[in-house]
Design a protein around this ligand. Structure first.
Ligand SMILES: Cc1ncc(COP(=O)(O)O)c(C=O)c1O
Length: 334
């Protein structure tokens, strides 16, 4: 195949061990967010073999694939189920993140029909630019969840969709703990899981080693898989491997326009990757991409490259996702 993604399992394992060590030092449970792998069974197995016991994904389809393949660890659905996924959510998901009462009522109804208990975590919105509930609504929804049969309210969660400063992460995480304590006092209970997510927040935690008391879970995807805290940029997390996944694309033509202007056209395009999501190695620069072709500037370098050779890139999260979804990609584990 003209596009190959090579997965360095030793590097992946080291990223997981490193993140686990950092989290354990502050009594945080680490959950691997595997949505970038689009339900890749063997890599998810490796993540579990590296010592993690909980996986999370935003797509029910991926969780179903993993569970049906016999991966039996606890799995969290990060994006609330759509109305036509309620049945599968109760069947395959251990904990789902939620923000809407109609969905929660539907989950409760289905759980009763299937005689199952289902765990739910409610997402708190601290101006974090995505789904979630603010203060008063959060309390009302939690109250109703507590009354809904066959649902267990297991905790609150926060997700940072945009990059924040170190102090903003800390302050918003502290706000989450405050909301948890208010709910615990109001309803006389204890919520077992107070969960923070995003590699931006994780990168900040690795840097500062500071997290408010009361947070007990970190959900990390991009940081574990790619060692970066923001996909666009990219911003590297110190001490983590950044080239766990490398992409090799084959050269289909070399255009000689004088010695200095040599261009290679690759068997790869927007259908496979996004331009901003290619991290060139070997001092190559990408200057254009169409649906099925990518043009890279060789200049005077790499005089030895010929048609049929492969050029290597690192990838960001979006490209990784697209490559794993694509039938045109061959995934090789080493
Ligand atoms: C709710 C939630 N938590 C955690 C994550 C992990 O984020 P990241 O890949 O930045 O680590 C995601 C990813 O989008 C998410 O949607």
């Amino acid at each position: 195949m003209s596009i190959v993604v090579t997965v360095d399992l030793a590097k992946l394992q080291e990223n997981i061990w490193k993140a686990t060590k950092i989290c354990c030092a502050q009594d945080l449970e680490l959950v691997a967010v595997v949505k970038g792998l689009c339900g890749h069974i063997n890599i998810c197995r490796q993540i579990i073999q590296a010592g993690l016991t909980k996986l999370a994904d935003s797509r029910l389809h991926n969780i179903k694939t993993l569970k049906q393949a016999g991966i039996d660890c606890e799995m969290t659905l990060l994006r609330p189920p759509s109305m036509d996924e309620i049945d599968d959510c109760i069947t395959y998901v251990d904990t789902s993140f939620n923000v809407d009462l109609d969905v929660l009522r539907a989950l409760s109804h289905q759980a009763q029909l299937m005689c199952k208990e289902h765990n739910v975590s409610i997402v708190f919105d601290a101006d974090t630019h995505r789904e979630g509930l603010k203060g008063n609504t959060l309390q009302q929804v939690c109250q109703e969840v507590l009354e809904l049969p066959n649902l267990q309210l297991t905790g609150l969660a926060i997700y940072f969709a945009k990059k924040e400063t170190d102090s903003e992460y800390f302050q918003k995480e502290a706000e989450l703990v405050k909301q948890v304590r208010a709910i615990e006092t109001e309803f006389g209970l204890s919520l077992p899981t107070v969960s923070v997510g995003s590699s931006g927040a994780f990168g900040s935690f690795v840097r500062t080693q500071q997290i408010p008391e009361g947070i007990n879970q970190f959900r990390v995807g991009t940081g574990l898989l790619l060692g970066i805290s923001s996909s666009v940029g990219p911003e590297y997390i110190e001490g983590f491997h950044h080239f766990v996944f490398t992409l090799q694309a084959e050269i289909m033509q070399i255009i000689h326009d004088g010695v200095k202007n040599r261009t290679a056209v690759l068997h790869m395009g927007r259908v496979d990757v996004e331009l901003a999501g290619l991290i060139p190695t070997d001092e190559l620069s990408v200057f254009d991409i169409t649906s099925d072709h990518t043009m890279i500037c060789l200049g005077e370098r790499h005089a030895d490259l010929a048609v049929g050779d492969k050029v290597t890139f690192g990838v960001n999260y979006y490209s990784l996702n697209r490559l794993f979804l694509s039938p045109y990609t061959q995934v090789v584990l080493v």
